[in-house]
Design a protein around this ligand. Structure first.
Ligand code: AMP
Length: 282
């Protein structure tokens, strides 16, 4: 694996590979890598001729400055882990490379409905920051295939829209959520859980499974409330438990029993905010 820091070196690499007809796969991350990230990179390597992983902790997507300050950084370990995958390139740009004119005055992206619900509602500005970094990374890396995790379900939908709106010839491949043995969705933020919190954290996935087992056609409000109470009993502070159409992410309160649904949860365990989702029907 080659480590590239300068955007121009990466662009030269991609240009040269593309001139040979190679397919470029890209898996962007914020580092503190875990098996979920490594699976994205492995899938990228299987499905492309050159797999690029990036590590960049994007300051503009943190609506909470404390969350940014405390975001785990483990570059040495990340390089060690990536060296064991078939990644061809690790791209580590600086904040200045990505935001040469600073982060003060940035463009706004018209995301419509997707920027008003769920994560967007509880983390104002988050998806604007995600689009600011991704529009730059995608133009810079210029991949054919983009690999992202379904754990961040709404983010995948936002990036699909961004790619379409920018008219970029990139296919997004949403990869399955990788979980710990007890069901907890892997996340860099799990590193911030205390031993006690880590024991409780899988309750989010258990609650999603409970929802999947209990869901019936009709009004979904009572089930969402039961699920919320279940989490609150374990001392979670719930931002939302919601049901949405799997393709449009339109929120669903009354279900016909057939529409493909995803249940989505965001909840805090003390200071750590965790998200997860599960398809609740076939
Ligand atoms: P992050 O470093 O958290 O920004 O995540 C980088 C990419 O890895 C995003 O596309 C995430 O959706 C994906 N990812 C994070 N956690 C997981 C997981 N547990 N399973 C699959 N993909 C994941």
């Amino acid at each position: 694996m080659i480590i590239i820091k300068h955007p121009s070196d990466l662009q030269n690499f991609v240009r040269s590979e593309k001139s040979k007809g190679q397919v470029i796969g890209f898996a962007p991350t914020m580092g503190a890598l875990h098996e979920g990230h490594l699976q994205l990179v492995k899938t990228a390597a299987e499905r492309s001729s050159a797999a690029i992983c990036s590590i960049f902790v994007n300051p503009t997507q943190f609506n909470d400055p404390e969350d940014f300050r405390k975001y785990p950084q483990r570059l040495e370990n990340d390089i060690y882990l990536l060296n064991k995958t078939s990644a061809d390139i690790l791209f580590i740009p600086s904040v200045n490379d990505i935001y040469p004119s600073g982060t003060g005055k940035l463009e706004r992206f018209e995301l419509g409905y997707l920027d008003s619900i769920l994560e967007a509602r509880f983390r104002p500005g988050h998806f604007q920051g995600v689009c600011q970094v991704m529009s730059r990374l995608l133009r810079l890396v210029n991949p054919d295939l983009l690999f992202m995790g379904s754990k961040d379900y709404q983010q995948c939908m936002v990036i699909k829209k961004l790619i379409a709106d920018l008219g970029l010839p990139i296919s997004l491949i949403a990869c399955p959520t990788v979980r710990e043995a007890d069901g907890l969705a892997m996340s860099s933020r799990n590193l911030r859980l205390s031993a006690e919190e880590r024991k409780i954290a899988p309750e989010i996935y258990k609650t999603l499974q409970y929802i999947r087992d209990e869901i019936k056609a009709g009004n979904l409000g009572a089930l969402a409330l039961k699920a919320k109470q279940r989490l609150e009993q374990k001392h979670f502070r719930v931002d939302y438990i919601a049901f949405a159409d799997r393709d449009s992410l339109q929120l669903v309160e009354k279900w016909d029993g057939a529409q493909p649904l995803v249940a989505l949860v965001a909840a805090f365990l003390n200071e750590v905010r965790l998200i997860d989702n599960l398809a609740v029907n076939a």
